[in-house]
Design a binder for this molecule. Sequence first.
Ligand code: C5P
Ligand code: MG
Length: 160
Amino acid sequence: MSAPYRIGYGEDAHRLEAGRPLVLGGVPVPHAPLGAVAHSDGDAALHALADALLSGLALGDIGQYFPDTAAECKDLDSAVIVARALELVRGRGYRPVNVALVVTLDRPKLGPLRAAIARRMAELLSLPETEVGVSFKTSEGLAPAHVQARATVLLARLDP
Ligand code: C5P
Ligand code: MG
């Protein structure tokens, strides 16, 4: 008998460079001095979320489904990655209940985007936005050209 609840956890990081866009949780960050160096759109928050969804059911990680060497993954919208992970979770008979996301970034301050990021991530998971908690941290200057995201997700069995 499979467990009624399962926990998933995921992380992602990207190097930042000037002259590139920065997208977090599906939301473009205006006035970001640095943007993500990535094969896809470099959305560390959505990559961490997708890995959290997959890990909760031991389904591996996003690199197995979307290799960063694949031409079709170039500039890929990370919403597609989350949608695929969600489909796999549902295929196993589970649904996400709530998400906790932590983004570590020195600049800019992301507080003004908290509601938009929660709303967009909730929308991608078909959840109310109250089920997505979003926290921000700086690296205290230790990693100024770096963005890091960590996500936990609770999964519940659909037919408990
Ligand atoms: O990293 P530190 O604890 O100094 O961050 C203080 C606060 O600044 C955080 O609790 C968060 O509210 C905010 N913050 C932010 N955007 C960031 C980093 C931190 O809004 N990029
Ligand atoms: Mg990534």
